[in-house]
Design a binder for this molecule. Structure first.
Ligand SMILES: C[S@@+](CC[C@H](N)C(=O)[O-])C[C@H]1O[C@@H](n2cnc3c(N)ncnc32)[C@H](O)[C@@H]1O
Length: 190
């Protein structure tokens, strides 16, 4: 199923979004420890709550989303976090724009919370993340599990086969189930 940018613009104009839980923040803080000046990029930032948490951990955070309503909401809600948190319009699947506008090898952390399942070419998206990560960087993917969702919502999650493809080729990684309903968080390193 293809979900268009117009869908997300409607969702964020309505101010909807899934709350960031203490469990996921604990897991994140255990596995990523920013050093001064390190950069993070939150891809598909939605209303920006997760990006704001990354900023709170100490990252200089770039929050990107292809939905204009999302970028506007993040700028509005988190104006007080400037310059630690900046928001930009970006279609992460537009390879040329990512290459031309986002510096390679600069990010200690790239996060995708409830986003990766929506990428139409996940292999290409993962390669793009690799290019953006610093050598010791981490990619954090938080995703519902398709097999634990009702059939009509399965497209918002990753299947077992998708998860196998996700972790392939990363030199180290770990994961944790954040909710019994099937929200899994992966930390992958190149
Ligand atoms: C389910 S929402 C999750 C939002 C936020 N990460 C959160 O945890 O609340 C999925 C987000 O991914 C964004 N998105 C989907 N495809 C994208 C793409 N190709 N480039 C950038 N953002 C994208 C949507 O606009 C939306 O904000």
């Amino acid at each position: 199923m293809t979900i268009t940018v117009a869908h997300w613009d409607r969702v964020f104009a309505a101010g909807e979004g899934r709350r960031v839980t203490p469990a996921e923040l604990r897991f994140l803080a255990q596995h990523v420890r920013p050093e001064p000046g390190q950069r993070a990029m939150d891809v598909g930032c939605g209303l920006g709550a997760y990006a704001a948490e990354l900023t709170g951990l100490g990252y200089r955070t770039l929050a990107v989303d292809w939905a204009e309503a999302s970028v506007a909401a993040v700028r509005d809600r988190y104006a007080g976090l400037l310059p630690g948190l900046t928001a930009r319009h970006l279609d992460f699947e537009d390879d040329q724009t990512v290459v031309n506008t986002v510096p390679a090898g600069e990010f200690a952390l790239v996060t995708m919370r409830l986003v990766f399942a929506f990428m139409s070419d996940r292999t290409a998206a993962a390669q793009r993340v690799r290019r953006l990560l610093a050598p010791d960087g981490a990619w954090v993917v938080t995703t519902p599990l398709a097999e634990q969702l009702a059939a009509e919502r399965a497209h918002i999650g990753l299947t077992r086969a998708d998860l196998g493809a996700l972790v392939e080729g990363w030199s180290s990684g770990c994961w944790c189930d954040l909710e019994s309903g099937g929200l899994r968080c992966f930390v992958l390193r190149p």
